[in-house]
Design a protein around this ligand. Structure first.
Ligand code: SF4
Ligand code: SF4
Ligand code: SF4
Length: 336
């Protein structure tokens, strides 16, 4: 290799390596921004201070979604098989009411020596991780309503959604022969017929309230802006629906609205009188994990492409130098 050839080779190789190694503006743009909520998104407001723990929503959910009862192994003897008392979300339970208690547990919605209820089910994330991690598209988010649905016919039972959800919602149904996931779908089968989710329809106090997210946000603003003790007509069922409201007074809410920012925002929002972590609601950051992981994946793919670009650069230059050497070795052509 001549000196000029070597310089050409090194310059070319350096260019190829640099081009491959330095992230460009285009690659930075690959990290996708979080998805935004649809203007037509529907959601739920669960106000823990209105919840009386009757579990009518749990029973109605089971009936509406044809889920079997759960009987804990601790129920034996005369009361065996007599009570549906799901203790947590499972392959048979899409919606559960849990209880926080402290000390003497005498006062409702008090952190100390008090108790409070909390409802757990899918929060229908604005930018859902379950949809992002599902390799076959069994989890889908409706572009208009934002409902996150599940298709058991597409599901391959990999359980990525179980591990990907920051709220611990999807449950694997071990009793299913082919394996399937259980999670709330906002009773979309009922909504098709103009009905509302069963849990909100049956809730006697309006603790579970359904409606467009925009209207639920206005309702949250009204409640949190009013002074504790102010008489208030709490809507029931679906916001804006002509149902007799629950006449009560504004409670003392803890600061914040759970679900407003968590994991990039969710379409289920919580108000409570006890701090959200005490109610067992996971503390998650504001960044949507889906946007983060998809951004990282794209970056990793980009960096996998980088060595390939370098290799192609080296291969091209090596081939060109080989051709030059062949030309050097060739007998001089006779000039006629
Ligand atoms: S709460 Fe979990 S299961 Fe529900 S949409 Fe969000 S990521 Fe999916
Ligand atoms: S929306 Fe339907 S599936 Fe979801 S918790 Fe309520 S009743 Fe159950
Ligand atoms: S039906 Fe309403 S009040 Fe009863 S447990 Fe469910 S959310 Fe609470």
């Amino acid at each position: 290799m001549t000196e000029v050839d070597r310089r050409d080779f090194l310059r070319g190789a350096g260019f190829a390596t640099a081009a491959a190694a330095v992230p460009t503006e285009a690659s930075a743009a690959i990290a996708r921004p979080p998805k935004q909520i649809s203007p037509q998104a529907v959601g739920m407001l669960y106000d823990s201070t209105l919840c009386i723990g009757c579990k009518a929503c749990v029973a109605a959910c089971k009936e509406a979604n044809k889920m079997p009862a759960e009987v804990p192994a601790t129920l034996t003897g005369w009361n065996e098989n007599t009570w549906d008392s799901a203790e947590d979300l499972s392959g048979r339970t899409l919606n559960v009411i849990k209880v926080y208690r402290n000390g003497t547990a005498e006062q409702k919605d008090h952190e100390i020596n008090g108790f409070a209820f909390v409802k757990r089910h899918c929060l229908h994330c604005v930018d859902p991780s379950c949809v992002s991690v599902c390799p076959v598209g069994a989890m889908q988010k409706d572009a208009a309503t934002g409902i996150v649905s599940y298709d058991p016919d597409v599901c391959i039972g990999c359980r990525y959604c179980v591990y990907g959800c920051p709220f611990g919602v999807p449950q694997f149904d071990f009793s299913s022969a082919l394996g399937k996931i259980a999670k709330c779908e906002f009773c979309r089968h009922l909504q098709k017929d103009g009905k509302i989710p069963a849990c909100c329809d049956v809730c006697p106090t309006g603790a579970s309230l359904f409606g467009p997210v925009k209207e639920l946000e206005r309702e949250i603003e009204r409640r949190t802006a009013a002074a504790p003790g102010t008489p208030y007509q709490f809507p029931r069922g679906k916001i804006g629906e002509n149902r007799p409201p629950n006449a009560a007074t504004i409670p003392t809410y803890v600061k914040g609205v759970y679900g407003e920012h968590e994991a990039g925002g969710t379409q289920v929002r919580y108000l409570a009188g006890v701090p959200f972590p005490k109610l067992g609601l996971p503390t998650v950051g504001r960044q949507s994990p889906a946007s983060l992981s998809e951004g990282m994946q794209h970056t990793i793919y980009q960096w996998l492409i980088a060595p390939l670009v370098a290799f192609v650069g080296f291969a091209f230059l090596a081939r060109r130098n080989l051709a030059l050497h062949h030309d050097d070795d060739a007998p001089p052509s006779k000039e006629g």
